[in-house]
Design a protein around this ligand. Structure first.
Ligand code: PEP
Ligand code: MG
Length: 758
């Protein structure tokens, strides 16, 4: 085997021979139908099959027999199967090859007498994939009962990629009754819905990130040339990631650096690259080989239940995009002078390197067809204040390059070619947002006191070093919640004491003497770690997470506590434990902290210890807990989830339960009453604290400390400064006691009547 993996190239492989023939077919002229007819003939002849058929997925999830050699020609365009119906439907629904030695006796078999298929026993069907979507199924059949070899399956899959190109071309012609793509979007205004992954509103022009469409050619007869092109592209990609690393080092954002380091590691992964090489050896061009591996990754990812593994597969898919760019010679997209300066980046998925490549100063917002809140690109975008909408299906198909776009990252909406009405509506929202931000900046130095002189402590929620840059600008008193898990999630292994000490030291240095409340590791649920085995949990949100993991792995928790204490180096430090469900859990966690503190000889007076109130059970032990803590923080995001048994991430159930419902206000009122009576500091650090109307209710109940994202501090401070606390308290208590359902509306009316900014 040579250095670039050209094993056994003296004899052309069956795939290469077939691909070479297909290349000649495709070079000829003809409509897509003619081309497909020639292709199926060619495949049947080369693979020794009596039948070769191509089924194309049509609107309404119907697979239509589009071309065949060996079946009854009269069945073409007549025989149809639903997705999942029969063996062909099964290959499409599962996006996997299906092989059988006796089709008729297979439980999934669906008989279609008009095809004359009864005489054929064995069948091999592979999905035709393009852009991560199934576009059809390619089938071969034989009358003898035969077992198709792994190599034959591989060959048919490779050929299916070429067929995918023809089917895609025919999308604009014969194969699809739907009008062509450019007409599909027809310049009409459109509103697309997705999931808000990073908040904010932005306006700009669409730039489509889909390097896969810049395919030079699918088939190559000279693998050695393709290997050389791949090598050059890999080198160029490494160089560009190194440059980005150098830039991120200079900008001092350590998380971006961690993420890029991990990314570079993936880029050097041998398994990934050798898969691409194998595909080149089978006769594909370097681009087609990368795309083939990308399709495989996409399909595999869809079937993964482990969110961490799925994210890593996503990293490889993003890398494949990056590699395709380098193969096309475009290397850095940012180099293109023709790109607008107000980019709304539309992509199937996007890696952090690619985002940075476009130039962070030019990217106004991101729209992704995939994506989760924990994807690297979402984490970075949130830290930088770039709005992101994820899981926005068909965005790449529906949006044209340079389309005017407005992204509403607060509500998960994308306005494509916005109508005058939509533009007016959103522009108003943007003006109001900008005004609120100006007010926030103007208020940064002003005290957060009500008109009757009651002080309200406003603090920042953060989880990335980059977010601490906001601290002096927004006028927060400190960091009310520092989520420590993000650096753990982007690293390939558990960071040791010295690494963690350095991390927390940087947080404290960036906070410039303002108090920081560190929350110990809160992983599990939807946040898993590569180096921790969570098993297959049926209910991860009710599963092994947060302090439960710390209790089962005390060494891990102790490492973090030691690092936090060392980083503080005798300065005051605040540490709290998440998801405390009973007194024993808190007592155990606290005993570990006390032990570490004593070992390091640290003055107990400098260490404040707290608990998050987010699991309802602890509320029945609150008096005892309060006598053992220095402070508590109410995590309303989880508390609402568990009080109402409604998954906070599930859009179907989460919005049904209002934090201002009589039930939840009772819960919140009980907490603040008990804390006040016990003289224990209490704050709210869930999302509701940052929403002005909800914050008004919290203040009325008696909460005097709130912690929220940077963008919320200004609006909440403006609200605080406009109210008379004694009046608000009286009104909220009256509403609470009344127990009516329309609490939110009553409170809104109260605020509007008094000119309280919401
Ligand atoms: C909460 O649950 O309200 C909270 C602040 O913690 P997180 O959102 O990180 O779970
Ligand atoms: Mg929580």
């Amino acid at each position: 085997m040579t250095a670039d993996g050209e094993a056994g190239l003296s004899q052309p492989s069956p795939a290469r021979r077939l691909l070479a023939r297909l290349r000649d077919v495709m070079a000829g002229s003809g409509a897509a139908q003619v081309l497909l007819d020639k292709i199926v003939q060619c495949i049947a002849a080369e693979m020794g099959a009596e039948v070769c058929s191509c089924y194309v997925l049509r609107a309404g999830d119907v697979l239509e027999l589009f071309s065949t050699i060996g079946l009854n020609p009269a069945a073409v365009h007549r025989t149809r199967l639903r997705l999942g119906e029969g063996l062909v439907g099964m290959a499409a629904a599962q996006a996997r090859p299906v092989a059988t030695t006796d089709a008729a006796s297979h439980p999934a078999f669906a008989h279609r007498p008009e095809t004359g298929e009864d005489v054929f026993k064995s069948l091999l069907g592979v999905p035709i994939l393009r852009g991560g979507e199934v576009r059809g199924v390619l089938v071969i059949q034989n009358s003898e009962r035969r077992l198709y070899t792994e190599e034959e399956v591989e060959v048919l899959q490779t050929v299916a990629m070429v067929v995918a190109e023809v089917v895609a071309r025919s999308d604009r012609g014969v194969a699809d009754e739907a009008p062509p793509l450019t007409v599909e979007s027809a310049n009409l205004p459109m509103r697309l819905e997705g999931v808000a992954l990073s908040p904010g509103i932005a306006d700009g022009q669409a730039v489509l990130h889909r390097p896969r469409l810049t395919m030079r050619q699918m088939v190559s007869d000279e693998p050695s040339t393709e290997h050389r092109r791949l090598d050059a592209a890999i080198r160029s990609m490494h160089r560009s990631i190194d440059e980005l690393l150098a830039r991120s080092e200079a900008s001092g954002s350590s998380e971006s650096q961690d993420i890029l380091e991990a990314y570079r590691m993936f880029a050097e992964d041998r398994g990934w690259i050798s898969r691409i090489r194998e595909a080149i050896n089978s006769g594909l061009s370097a681009e087609a080989a990368v795309q083939k591996v990308q399709e495989w990754l996409e399909i595999r990812r869809a079937s993964l239940s482990d969110p961490y593994l799925a994210e890593r597969f996503q990293d490889f898919e993003d890398l494949a995009n990056h590699l395709l760019l380098h193969l096309s010679g475009r290397g850095s997209v940012a180099a293109s002078a023709t790109l607008p300066t107000n980019i709304i980046l539309v992509a199937r998925s996007l890696g952090p390197a690619e985002l940075m490549d476009y130039g962070l100063e030019r990217v106004r917002a991101i729209v992704l067809e995939t994506g989760t809140a924990n994807s690297h690109v979402a984490i970075i975008a949130r830290a930088l204040g770039i709005p992101v909408i994820g899981r926005c299906p068909r965005a790449l198909r529906l949006i044209e390059p340079l389309d005017p776009i407005i992204v509403d990252g607060d509500h998960g909406q994308v306005f494509v070619r916005p109508s005058d009405d939509a533009r007016e509506h959103i522009e108003n929202a943007m003006i109001q947002r900008a005004a609120r931000q100006r007010i926030a900046q103007d208020l940064a130095d002003q005290p957060s006191d009500t008109r009757d002189g009651v002080h309200v402590s406003l603090n920042l929620n953060a989880g990335l070093l980059a977010e601490l840059h906001h601290l002096p600008n927004v006028g927060a008193e400190g960091v009310g919640l520092y989520r420590t898990e993000i650096p753990f999630m982007v690293r390939p292994s558990f960071p040791g004491v010295s690494e963690q000490t350095e991390m927390y030291g940087r947080v404290l240095a960036n906070a410039e003497g303002l108090p920081v409340t560190f929350r110990t590791l809160d992983v599990g649920g939807d946040k898993s770690l590569p180096y921790l085995h969570f098993g297959n949990e049926t209910n991860p949100l009710l599963g092994w997470r947060a302090i439960r993991i710390g209790i089962d792995h005390p060494a891990m928790l102790r490492t973090q506590l030691r690092a936090l204490l060392r980083a503080a180096a005798g300065r005051p430090v605040r540490i709290m434990f998440p998801m405390i469900a009973d007194l024993q859990e808190f007592a155990f966690a606290r005993s570990l902290l006390d032990r570490e503190r004593d070992t390091l000889g640290i003055d107990p007076a400098t260490v404040s210890v707290g608990a998050m109130l987010e699991v309802p059970s602890i509320l029945w032990s609150l008096p005892a807990l309060l006598s053992n803590v220095d402070f508590v923080a109410v995590g309303t995001n989880d508390l609402i989830q568990y009080v109402f048994a409604a998954d906070r991430g599930n859009a179907k159930v989460a919005p049904r339960y209002d934090p201002l419902s009589p039930t939840f206000l009772e819960v919140l009122n009980g907490i603040v009453e008990q804390c006040t009576a016990a003289g224990v500091e209490v704050s709210v650090c869930g999302e509701m604290a940052g929403r002005p109307l909800d914050a008004l209710a919290l203040l009325g109940l008696g909460y005097r400390s709130l912690s929220m994202t940077a963008w919320s501090i200004g609006p909440v401070k403006a609200l605080v400064r406009s109210i008379v606390m004694s009046e608000v308290s009286a009104y909220v208590q009256q509403l609470r006691r009344g127990g009516g359902r329309g609490l939110r509306e009553s409170l809104r009316g109260y605020a509007l009547d008094r000119g309280i900014p919401l």
